[in-house]
Design a protein around this ligand. Structure first.
Ligand code: NAP
Length: 310
């Protein structure tokens, strides 16, 4: 069915465009709020929140991500420590580095940038991080707490999405939410958050993955469609119910000679054809991406203020 046919059939479609969920602006608002809180803490003689990051190897994308996190720390007045280790570092040495940071009383939050080299077990390293400092929300303790709806550090990307839904006052109670992708860092926690008893939440959730049959039909039943499949422009207009809220988690670099950088970013959703039929949508770039760092900073502030584990 063409977009025009969708439009004619469904009166709920906003014309001419859906609401743009502006992650860039929302992330900046959150950073401003965090910076204001840090200023208050300092004024009262308290310690600046401190985030440590461990970066193993020279992977270009990882260096960019860690660099952005360190820069964001500066922006909001946090202290940051970046520990760089060679790609050949032994698992034991990495575990010891994690342990040293666990013991360091000045450090509130620790992240280990993924991916790690193949000779290192991500599970072992993650499990070594003290849950109280696990501001990425990847440890079994935090995932378990999230599942039980206890206070927990929630993985930054899903947490950023929850914050967008909240700040844009998107109704989720009683809605059908379809999540595409079941990764530990995005899809899985997202499905738990949308199903839990709270706001945002109370949705009826369908979690889909590569073995799901007839994905397009399931997607068309979604009032809220959250896409974390990792495939460029996978979701097309014919997979979206008119009036649905669409959250695009994907980030892909594609060659574009017209840009100074030689590339541009696109998401997992074919934005140009989906935006006109959605009631609200996140763009790429400027949607979920900036929220991920803001959420990480927020988790670190929570840790500094002992708000999650007490
Ligand atoms: P991932 O670990 O690769 O997981 C992809 C998921 O999609 C898997 O669960 C996989 O199913 C499922 N899948 C693959 N093909 C499918 C198909 N044909 N139909 C249905 N499901 C299918 O990816 P991720 O780490 O969650 O990331 C997803 C995307 O988000 C990537 O583009 C990534 O770059 C981006 N991302 C962005 C941010 C941000 O800050 N904006 C943060 C994290 C990730 P199986 O489990 O069955 O294999």
């Amino acid at each position: 069915m063409s977009i025009e046919e969708y439009r004619l059939k469904n009166k709920r479609i906003r014309d001419p465009m859906s609401i743009l969920i502006d992650g860039k602006k929302t992330a900046q608002d959150i950073k401003n709020e965090i910076a204001a809180r840090v200023a208050e803490i300092k004024q009262a003689g308290g310690k600046q929140p401190h985030l440590a990051a461990i970066l193993v190897g020279e992977d270009g994308a990882s260096q960019t991500y860690v660099g952005a996190k360190v820069k964001a720390c500066e922006e909001v007045g946090f202290t940051s420590t970046l520990v760089r280790l060679a790609a050949e570092v032994s698992e034991e040495e990495l575990l010891q580095t994690v342990e040293d940071i666990n013991q360091n009383l000045d450090i509130d939050g620790l992240i280990v940038q993924l991916p790690l080299p193949a000779h290192i077990s991500v599970d072992k390293v993650t499990n070594r991080i003290r849950p109280e400092k696990d501001v990425d929300g990847f440890t079994p303790a935090n995932v378990g707490r999230l599942t039980l709806n206890w206070p927990a550090y929630v993985s930054a990307t899903p947490y950023g999405i929850v914050e967008l839904l909240k700040r844009y006052q998107i109704e989720t109670s009683g809605k059908h939410c379809v999540v595409i992708g079941r990764s530990h860092i995005v899809g899985s926690p997202m499905s738990i958050l949308m199903a839990r008893n709270g706001y945002p939440g109370n949705a009826t959730v369908t979690l889909t993955h590569s073995k799901t049959k007839d994905l397009a039909t399931i997607c068309r039943m979604a009032d809220v469609l959250i896409v974390a499949i990792g495939k460029p422009e996978f979701v097309t207009a014919d997979m979206v119910k008119p009036g649905a809220v669409v959250i695009d988690v994907g980030i892909h670099r594609i060659v574009d000679e017209t840009k100074k950088t030689g590339f541009r970013l696109i998401g997992d959703v074919k934005y140009d054809e989906v935006a006109p039929i959605a009631s609200a949508i996140t763009p790429v770039p400027g949607g979920v991406g900036p929220m991920t760092i803001a959420a990480l900073l927020y988790n670190t502030l929570q840790s500094a203020e002992k708000k999650v584990f007490g």
